[in-house]
Write a protein that binds this ligand. Structure first.
Ligand code: FES
Length: 82
């Protein structure tokens, strides 16, 4: 979510990035090189009705620490206007 915001993309949240709402969920093409699911992700995504739609892996964007390019899917997110 922080990387998206740095790129000028408004990312949805209800809890402000505290790992409580799952509104920030994102589907990753793959999660190679990322840290394992955090405890908030395990808890909140376990309760969520969201499921991967493209065969990827669901994560919570607010919990991800990204240090390389990722390909993601997320309904409702638009690239910033240039
Ligand atoms: S912003 Fe609420 S769980 Fe990520």
């Amino acid at each position: 979510m922080a990387a998206a915001r740095r790129a000028g993309i408004k990312w949805p949240t209800v809890c402000g990035g505290h790992g409580e709402c799952a509104v920030c969920f994102v589907e990753l093409v793959d999660d190679d090189g990322l840290q394992p699911l955090t405890n908030p992700e395990k808890t909140v995504l376990g309760r969520s009705t969201n499921r991967p739609r493209h065969g990827g892996v669901l994560r919570m964007a607010c919990q991800l620490r990204v240090d390389h390019d990722l390909e993601v899917w997320r309904i409702g997110i638009r690239p910033p206007k240039v």
